[in-house]
Design a protein around this ligand. Structure first.
Ligand code: HEC
Length: 112
């Protein structure tokens, strides 16, 4: 019996120490300030595209490789339709126009 206790004692002590330890502090996480910006553009879509940044950083947009023509159209519709982006319907074609201009499609795909 004593032998058995000796074997378990360190584990029991560790358990007791864990229970007596002060409660874990709430973890505070400071995110760095966002510095990336949307590419400059003209037209009303350039302003409307700031709506794209309410859920994720601009890196989601700027890290895309050149995509086939039609990519931005499908992408904006996916953001609205699938992810519920609250972007007014009349803004959608304007933002797509801006994205096609500021983040142009791959040259080979751009030809009609
Ligand atoms: C309602 C929130 C929301 C808004 C607003 C939004 N997105 Fe997204 N976006 C998402 C989510 C969620 C994902 C997927 C994230 C993941 O898979 O990690 C995503 C992913 C992306 C991606 C990565 C490729 C992909 O399809 O997953 C791109 C590019 C993108 N968004 C562009 C845009 C553009 C352009 C706009 C503005 C027209 C926009 N987003 C607005 C939620 C949003």
């Amino acid at each position: 019996m004593i032998r058995h206790f000796r074997r378990c004692a360190p584990a029991l002590l560790a358990l007791a120490a864990a229970c007596l330890a002060p409660a874990a502090q709430a973890l505070e996480i400071k995110l760095p300030q966002e510095t990336a910006k949307l590419h400059p553009g003209t037209g009303p879509g350039a302003q409307g595209a700031s709506l794209c940044l309410m859920c994720h950083s601009v890196d989601y947009v700027s890290s895309q490789p050149p995509m086939p023509l039609g990519f931005w159209d499908a992408e904006v519709k996916k953001m609205v339709g699938t992810y519920g982006a609250p972007i007014p319907a009349e803004q959608v074609p304007l933002i797509v126009e801006y994205l096609n201009q500021a983040y142009p499609p791959a040259p080979s795909a751009a030809k009609p």
